[in-house]
Design a protein around this ligand. Structure first.
Ligand SMILES: [Zn+2]
Length: 81
């Protein structure tokens, strides 16, 4: 691998790492096959990770949240020890 190619590879790896960092780390969010974040509570596909903050405080989400908390409680315990 020449220097130019290595630079490119490093750049790409960094980009990927950045992308990963952006992923929402919440048991209430899953990713679908298109790598889109999906709210488990509302079963709503978020257009991007940045929509999650706004969505979390939305009224619809809060109305549904208690039910899903009970529903995912067991896996929640496993994930969070
Ligand atoms: Zn929601």
């Amino acid at each position: 691998m020449d220097a130019q190619a290595r630079k490119k590879a490093v750049y790409r790896a960094k980009l990927n790492a950045k992308k990963k960092d952006k992923r929402i780390d919440s048991p209430l969010v899953r990713y679908n096959e298109l790598e889109q974040p999906v709210c488990r509570v509302c079963d709503l596909v978020l257009k991007s990770e940045s929509h999650w903050d706004a969505h979390q405080v939305s009224r619809k989400h809060h109305e549904l949240e208690p039910a899903i908390y009970l529903h995912v409680k067991d896996s929640y315990m496993i994930w969070w020890g």
